[in-house]
Ligand binder design. Structure first.
Ligand SMILES: [Zn+2]
Length: 64
C-alpha cells in the first residue's frame, strides 16, 4: 500500500488538533467507513479512500 507522502491529517478533536503524516497513522475500516485514531488522544477521525490516476491509494481526511 502506497501513500502520498505530503498528505497531512489533523485530529478533529478540538482540544487536540494534532497534525500527523500518513506514516504516523493506521487507517482501519470500522464498518461505517475508514478512520484513523489519533495517537495522542485516541479520537476517531474519518477518512475517505481514493485511488489516484496512477493507481496510488490515498486516504483523504473527510471534512465535517
Ligand atoms: Zn487527537
Amino acid at each position: 500500500m502506497h501513500f502520498r507522502a505530503n498528505t497531512m491529517y489533523t485530529c478533529q478533536n478540538q482540544p487536540c488538533r494534532a497534525k500527523w503524516q500518513s506514516a504516523d497513522l493506521e487507517f482501519v475500516n470500522e464498518g461505517q467507513g475508514y478512520f484513523f485514531r489519533c495517537p495522542i488522544c485516541g479520537a476517531r477521525n474519518k477518512v475517505e479512500p481514493k485511488t489516484l490516476a496512477d493507481g496510488t491509494l490515498v486516504y483523504e481526511q473527510a471534512s465535517r
